[in-house]
Write a protein that binds this ligand. Structure first.
Ligand code: NAD
Length: 394
């Protein structure tokens, strides 16, 4: 299969090594950042490819072409994988769009909220010629060990949800991509499900809020634990956020009874499903987070200044998960007329920390809405318009 990977970070290294190691694939990498291109070229030349380590297993795969020119790496691709943070989806899609051929499968790992609307905007009329898909999360926890040379897979998710447009293509994509990456990909009916089901949008901003809303401005001796730092208050915030998503789900299902939003699980249920064997005490949401081996030891994002540690409010837990996920879900709530006081509280706090404005007096009409993935940003400002985008899937 001819595959183009867009991006040059942890996920792109992992994909490049794993996919290029399979003789049936012809893999190219599109690196729009020049500084990354030269490091990839040097690294691959020295090493003979990108090495991916998973425990004792080592896989070496060498991409055929690497370029900062989309014309050199995109034409002919049957599968294009955006291994990028959500804030780069739109610009990279714009760069590659003129070189995409009809019928190409274009997917984001992970999609975050409303990736399909972003693709629809960029591709315009050509959207109907393409197949768009998104994964709910990156299937691995992975890190670059040596840039342009080596990445390590630290953990692999048991199963990852995949949505596609047109929806009927989802099964084939899940089967092909699942085989290529040796993963269990579960097809869900629509991008609407994928947007609402994202749990990073609840966990990351919710825990940042719980940990730091009363921060006194003093530096930390060491970074606080992230998941294991959750107190009853933070667990309460997470529960309220999860309940609000369930209210959106119930409201939409009531309006369109044939709509299938079963993939939008309550947070606690999702945790038990995703981390079956890792949670020592599943009795409450708080204990499920505190005793999850998969989260053990993970620290809150901090930045160092003059040798002291401060919370990093520009970290992706806010900078990506708020505008490209939670604000998208809040936008759907606004269209459905569902009140979401805790989402508003968390977004209002986060936007102040980020120096952004999405919500004004409880409405999504802030000056930075164009840099978000709220449906309103794409002109979807009524429930009727939302329903035409997401036809009912039983
Ligand atoms: P990364 O920071 O390692 O890589 C980001 C890459 O994106 C950069 O190297 C660059 O090539 C590209 N990029 C960044 N800004 C760009 C811009 N403005 N224009 C063009 N290209 C740009 O990120 P990653 O770890 O590979 O993660 C990719 C996505 O997966 C992110 O959304 C991340 O939150 C998510 N994720 C990662 C992990 C993980 O373990 N790495 C786990 C879960 C989710």
């Amino acid at each position: 299969m001819q595959i183009t990977i867009c991006g040059g970070g942890n996920a792109a290294h992992t994909l490049a090594g794993l996919l290029a190691a399979q003789p049936a694939n012809r893999v190219s990498v599109y690196l729009s950042l020049q500084a990354e291109l030269s490091q990839w070229k040097e690294g691959i030349k020295a090493q003979g490819g990108i090495l991916v380590r998973r425990g004792q297993i080592q896989i070496l795969g060498c991409p055929e072409r690497i370029s900062a020119e989309p014309a050199e790496v995109v034409p002919g691709a049957q599968l294009v994988l955006l291994a990028l943070p959500a804030f780069a989806h739109e610009s990279v899609l714009q760069e590659i769009a003129p070189h995409l051929e009809e019928g190409t499968w274009i997917g984001a790992l992970p999609a975050r909220g409303c990736f399909d609307l972003c693709a629809r905007l960029v591709l315009g009329k050509r959207y109907a010629e393409m197949v768009i898909f998104g994964l709910q999360t990156l299937p691995w926890a992975c890190r670059v060990q040596r840039y342009g040379r080596e990445a390590t897979i630290l953990g692999t998710k048991t199963s990852v949800d995949l949505a596609a447009w047109p929806a009927e293509c989802g099964g084939e994509i899940a089967s092909v991509l699942g085989r290529l990456l040796n993963l269990d990909l579960e097809t869900i009916p629509s991008f609407l499900s994928l947007t609402l089901a994202g749990t990073g949008q609840l966990l990351h901003p919710g825990i940042m809020y719980g940990l730091f809303y009363h921060w006194d401005g003093k530096p930390f001796a060491e970074a606080p634990l992230f998941y294991q730092g959750i107190d009853q208050f933070t667990a309460g915030i997470l529960q309220e956020l999860s309940d609000e998503v369930q209210s959106i789900r119930s409201c939409l299902e009531e309006i369109s009874p044939a709509l299938n939003l079963s993939a939008v699980r309550p947070l606690e249920e999702w945790l038990h499903h995703s981390y079956k064997n890792d949670i020592a005490d599943p009795s409450t949401l708080q204990t499920s987070l505190l005793t999850n081996r998969g989260y053990a030891g993970l620290k809150a994002p901090v930045r160092s200044q003059d040798g002291r540690l401060y919370p990093d409010f520009q970290a992706r837990y806010l900078a990506e998960d708020v505008p490209y996920a939670l604000v998208a879900t809040r936008g759907i709530a606004e269209l459905a007329g569902v009140t979401t006081p805790t989402m508003e509280r968390v977004i209002a706090w986060a936007q102040d920390r980020l120096g952004k404005e999405y919500l004004v007096s409880g409405n999504l009409r802030g000056r930075d809405l164009p840099d978000s993935r709220a449906p309103q940003r794409y002109g979807i400002d009524t429930l009727e318009k939302l329903r035409t985008i997401y036809p009912v899937t039983a």
